[in-house]
Write a protein that binds this ligand. Structure first.
Ligand SMILES: [Zn+2]
Ligand SMILES: [Zn+2]
Length: 155
């Protein structure tokens, strides 16, 4: 049996029925129908609608044909705009594909981010000072779009 590929997991488990089963899309992208976002597995963040072709060209060393197939797939999906994304205020089960980081959440306005930036935020926005009881909570976070506030708490 030399040269025969290892047995594969049945594709019906890996791919929703609408997906091209032989395309291998799942190794690159994961679509989340609840949040209507497409997530790049390798980078661990979501790609904004219309941004796929550029993301793949700039950040992935994969053949043009594969990039085109991934782009065609992403264009076939129902994706919401970045500013329409409904971020839950409460922590949710971790979202498949998004990187999880340890961060903090402000108890007063629910702002989320790196612990150092939330501490700074509390100082500036809420007049918190060193020596006072912290007004933030440590929280695992997942960010949909880098550089934005599209973050949700992860259980
Ligand atoms: Zn990527
Ligand atoms: Zn705050």
């Amino acid at each position: 049996m030399v040269g025969k590929p290892a047995p594969r997991i049945p594709t019906s488990i890996l791919y929703p029925p609408t997906m091209n089963r032989d395309s291998g899309i799942d190794q690159y992208l994961v679509y989340n129908p609840h949040y209507r976002t497409i997530i790049c597995r390798q980078h661990g963040y979501a790609i904004a609608p219309g941004g796929m072709i550029r993301h793949l060209r700039d950040y992935h060393k994969i053949p043009l044909k594969t990039r085109q197939a991934l782009n065609t797939y992403s264009e076939s999906l129902d994706l919401c705009a970045v500013d329409e994304l409904q971020i839950p205020s409460e922590p949710v089960d971790s979202i498949n594909g998004l990187t999880i980081v340890d961060g903090s959440q402000c108890n007063l306005c629910m702002e989320k981010g790196a612990s150092s930036s939330i501490k700074k935020h509390c100082r500036i926005a809420h007049q918190w000072g060193e020596g006072k009881v912290p007004i933030w909570t440590k929280q695992r976070l997942q960010t949909f779009f880098p550089g934005t506030n599209c973050k949700c708490g992860s259980r």
